[in-house]
Structures are given as C-alpha cells and as structure tokens.
Design a protein around this ligand. Structure first.
Ligand SMILES: C[S@@+](CC[C@H](N)C(=O)[O-])C[C@H]1O[C@@H](n2cnc3c(N)ncnc32)[C@H](O)[C@@H]1O
Length: 221
C-alpha cells in the first residue's frame, strides 16, 4: 500500500520509523511518503494559514498550498483522499479493514482551526475522525489510521493470525492473556491454560471474552 501524508509538521512522523511499521517500510511492504505542505506555498514567506472570513478565533490553513501539494502526487485522481477531521466518520475496526481495499491513500492533516472548505469540496473523498474530541492537528490521527490499517497488510505483523483473534475482530473484546512465570506476586495463571487441553483453552477464552465484553462494552455484542 502507498500512503502519502500531507502535513505542516513532517518531523512528527519520525515515530513511524520505529517498530513494525518502520520494519514494513524497510521491507517495501509499506510505502509511506511524508509531504510538507509548506513547500508548495506560493507566498513569499511560505505562509500556509490566514484569518477566517466572517471572524472568529484562530487561523485556517489556506487552500492553495494544499491543492498544489495533493495535485503534485502521481496518481492523485485515483487515490483515496482522506481528510482527518473531528467532523468525519468515526474510525472503527470495520472501517480500518475496509480501507485496506485501496492501494493508494492520501491523508491530509489539518492544523490550527482546520482547512479551507473549498479544498475539501474539490479534492477530498471522505473525512475520518479518530474520536469525539479535538486535537491540535491531524498528524496523530493520521498515524493512528496508518498503524491500524497497516496491521491488515500481509507481512506487516509477524503472526498473520494476530488480527483474527483480538479485540473487535468478532464483536468481542479479547480474553485475558498470561505469559511466564506461572506464578507472579502470588497470582497464578488460570489452571486451564497450562492443562495442554486445547479444546478447554478455546472454551475458556471464548467465555472470558464474552464476559469482559458484556461487562465493559455490551454495545459491541
Ligand atoms: C483544532 S483541530 C480543528 C477543529 C475544528 N475547528 C472543529 O471544530 O471541528 C485542527 C486539526 O486537527 C485534526 N483533528 C483534530 N481532532 C481530530 C479528530 N478527533 N480526528 C481527526 N482529526 C482531528 C484535524 O485535521 C483538524 O483540522
């Protein structure tokens, strides 16, 4: 999958160089390209924001640098273009999975009070929110989207089964997990998990999964 990210703060994306996402890029499984919107500003001071028409607090990102940055991308017409926005559709695991249908995704990160509506009307296919709260910029939401979508791309996770048996995959939250030692600070790993009886382990996990979902997220069931 190719992902182009448009931002005024490219340095924030250094976080994507670490861990599994970094590895996937090194192995050419993921192609993430960070584009500095400021490089496209025609303003002599490379300004990318201005006051809002009609008054109000704060600055808005101007349309020209964003428009030129998006249209400079090879294949931008066919790519799926997303603006990260608190006004967008909320990101869920189902939505994350559906985004893997696209080979090329362009992510626009807003800042300040957001972006001029005309650039959204002209170029954006959909707006996505990572939750009902407002952040200072779309950079962290873009990284949340990249991380969650990447986990579905073959080769990104060490163990492909990992996405099939975890929270939200079957409308359930995941069961409790344990590793060594068998006893820690007086707390023992549930007997069934060390019994070697796989059928019993599966049954226990299913029951625990249902129990925790019912208690914490009955809306998922
Ligand atoms: C301070 S916010 C702008 C909020 C906007 N004035 C509003 O009230 O809807 C600046 C930028 O952060 C990003 N952002 C903030 N919260 C977000 C969220 N929950 N999901 C996705 N992006 C978000 C968007 O890109 C937005 O343009």
């Amino acid at each position: 999958m190719k992902i182009d990210v448009l931002t005024l703060f490219p340095e924030m994306f250094d976080a994507l160089k670490a861990s599994l996402i970094g590895k996937a890029q090194n192995n050419n499984i993921l192609d993430i390209n960070i584009i500095n919107i400021r490089d496209f500003s025609k303003d002599k001071h490379k300004k990318c924001d201005d006051y809002t028409y009609g008054g109000g607090n704060g600055m808005l990102m101007t349309p020209q640098p964003i428009y030129d940055a998006i249209t400079s991308i090879d294949g931008y017409k066919e790519a799926h273009k997303i603006y990260l926005s608190p006004k967008g559709e909320k990101l869920t695991q189902k939505k994350v999975k559906s985004l893997t249908d696209f080979d090329h995704v362009i992510l626009l990160c807003g800042h300040y009070e957001g972006v001029d509506q005309r650039v959204i009307d002209l170029l954006i296919d959909e707006e996505i929110s990572i939750g009902d709260y407002v952040l200072t910029g779309g950079e962290i939401p873009a990284m949340v989207l990249i991380d969650s979508v990447s986990r579905y791309i073959p080769g990104v996770l060490g163990n492909e089964a990992s996405t099939e048996d975890e929270s939200f995959s079957n409308n359930n939250l995941e069961y409790p997990q344990y590793t060594r030692p068998a006893e820690f600070m007086g707390l023992k790993v549930p007997e069934v998990l060390i019994s070697g009886d796989h059928a019993k382990v599966d049954k226990w996990r299913e029951e625990e999964s249902k129990k925790i979902t019912k208690k914490r997220r009955p809306d998922l069931m």
